[in-house]
Design a protein around this ligand. Sequence first.
Ligand code: AMP
Ligand code: MG
Length: 480
Amino acid sequence: MDRRPHRPSTAHTDLGDAFFDVVSPAQFPARILRHRNQRWAERTGLGDLGGEAWLDHFAGFTPIPGSLEQPLALRYHGHQFRSYNSDLGDGRGFLFAQLHDLDDGRLLDLATKGSGTTPWSRAGDGRLTLKGGVREVLATAMLEALGVDTSKSFSLIETGESLHRGDEPSPTRSAVLVRLSHSHIRIGTFQRLAYLRDTASLARLVDHAVRIYLPQCWRDDPAARAEAFFAEVVARVARTGAAWMTAGFVHGVLNTDNINITGESFDYGPWRFLATYDPEFTAAYFDHSGLYAYGRQPEALMWNLSRLAGCLLPLAEKPALEAALATFEPALHEAFAECIATRLGVSSAGTAADQALGRAWFTFLLESQAPFGQAFFDWAGGLASEARAAASPDAAAYDHESFAPVRTALAGRSATIDLTHPHFVQSRPPTLLIEDVEALWAPIAAQDDWSLFHAKLDAIEAMRVAMTRANPVAKADPIA
Ligand code: AMP
Ligand code: MG
């Protein structure tokens, strides 16, 4: 076990108390551990917490030594489905602690979902359903395995309350989630200050975000700093958009309060993964117009970034912000080329060739309607997987004429992943289609049987390891 001590921080309090409200956590009638992210606990120096101490910190919210003494509900506004809402804020969560990643030194937040009411709860109960928590754990594990820059689910503890929800059979079980993320500063955090015309606080927030999260954007001139900050947020959000598209992921609720300025993907509610390629596929049942459909995610992100640009107008030159906004689309395409090579686990052949591979691949997925995750799995490592793909339960899809350009684009590329990993011995990869999630939830709801949930997380973890561990044979291959 990794025994490095944790490196706590209270950085968020530097912003001053106009940015948050000190709150108290709910007292829960029960505390039953459902998920403990040991790998990330070790990376943050919390890996050797005993079972009771874990429950005390992540359901009882006993402070992490050296970090925040009391939880902070963060203040923010946001556009929800393009309507401005000045009545948002952490309504069922708070910033619990901050600490550094012991591997890369970056600052992380431990923040909650379902930890009780705050001044921002409106009519809500401040709670999270157990099913909602289970869904967030699954989504984050899968996205991390697929190489998406995502928040991590750190802890999920069932809390023994009965909740009523319109979108779950009720009463339903309750839980509290702790999420690990690089900041919870959202586009909506800036929008609130712009709405209040508090330019001094806007400048303070830019400086804080740059100093702590994006230090490469520091410029001595404040306008140049705000412009560099914005350009970096654009680049990061574009990359996340490309990563979602390659993952076949539909976030579902791309409101401006759900967009982190570090670009890290977070806050998973009605998310879905695609079964087959379908630009119109919509995750949230309440998204009647398909505003946040799979194929409209880049456009939604661009719209959100335009709102952030608007907030920064008092601090920066408009042409510079516009120029940065114009980099969104090329950045998305460039990141997309990188993401496609990464998810296929093949060496890059340069941006133009990787973009051609992406076009061929997605044309094939559209025309053949081959299963999305299976196709990536079957061709992981590229042509090195020819025999595996021929033995796939979906092998017939690769006879489709639209597959020929994919073969051409894969020629000469070597595998960058560990094809000898047992993950690749199965005939199907783990998937998180809605029916997979419902199938593993059913035994939890019926008889508190968590075996399918744990089996799914184990399979996803095996995929993560297989996809990130370089294949020593491929590395030595001179064609690479
Ligand atoms: P979300 O859809 O999770 O991004 O939440 C949007 C807003 O609604 C945020 O301000 C949340 O804090 C708030 N919210 C969502 N669910 C609840 C709840 N059960 N109780 C209180 N506030 C909530
Ligand atoms: Mg949210």
